[in-house]
Design a protein around this ligand. Structure first.
Ligand SMILES: Cc1cc2nc3c(=O)[nH]c(=O)nc-3n(C[C@H](O)[C@H](O)[C@H](O)COP(=O)(O)O)c2cc1C
Length: 196
């Protein structure tokens, strides 16, 4: 799969098959993240892979899913993630402005996953205090976000947004994700519309 096809076909996945992800695939995804562009090349991001069976449910309990369609988008038992990557920022390397670094790293991780058939949900809605305690994460690290992983058990589709950008499920249970059309977001030279 070429890069563009991976980007276009990627959709957030919130239902997973219960097949474990091989170690080499997880390593490939973290490797892709580690090689992302980083401001001043500081590379403050660290990654904890969580795939211990005893930790999966407690980590799941720290997460919130698909707010626009809650509780319908929350994975049920038997369709929950089989691994998580906890995205940390090492404050001793960088203590402000790290959000873009994390963003670039996570997108690389997710797209490398697409190339390996792995589905993911990037999750910002995390009970960080609980997760910190659960995994024994020292104060030196900020918990930026987590990425839930597994082989997809659903096939969401991107659709053109007609005003509303809230994702929704149709009568068959397929998730539709409205994306703003190209002509609404792409401009040339001095052609930006006036405000309002
Ligand atoms: C920074 C960030 C945080 C997110 N946090 C959550 C979250 O807490 N829970 C969730 O279910 N999805 C979360 N998402 C996934 C978005 O809902 C999803 O990307 C968006 O609906 C667009 O769908 P798509 O990824 O299929 O294009 C997050 C995405 C990003 C980029």
């Amino acid at each position: 799969m070429n890069v563009y096809d991976a980007i276009v076909s990627r959709r957030t996945i919130r239902k997973f098959r219960q097949t474990p992800i091989p170690e080499d695939v997880l390593k490939k995804m973290i490797n892709a993240a580690r090689l992302a562009p980083q401001a001043s090349n500081l590379q403050p991001i660290k990654y904890i892979v969580v795939d211990d069976k005893d930790l999966l449910e407690p980590v799941f309990a720290t997460t919130k899913w698909a707010a626009y369609i809650a509780p319908e988008g929350t994975p049920k038992p038997g369709e929950r993630p089989v691994a998580y990557v906890v995205i940390l920022v090492d404050l001793e390397i960088r203590n402000s402005g790290y959000d873009t670094d994390a963003g670039a790293a996570v997108e690389n991780l997710i797209l490398a996953g697409v190339g390996e058939g792995i589905g993911s949900c990037w999750i910002g809605s995390v009970d960080r205090d609980r997760l910190r305690e659960l995994l024994g994460i020292p104060e030196r690290y900020i918990i930026h976000s987590i990425v839930a992983l597994g082989y997809p058990a659903e096939s969401p589709v991107a659709v053109e947004a007609k005003g509303c950008i809230k994702y929704y499920k149709d009568e068959t249970g397929t998730l539709h994700v409205p994306k703003r059309p190209l002509e609404e977001v792409m401009f040339r030279n001095r052609a930006l519309p006036p405000q309002g």
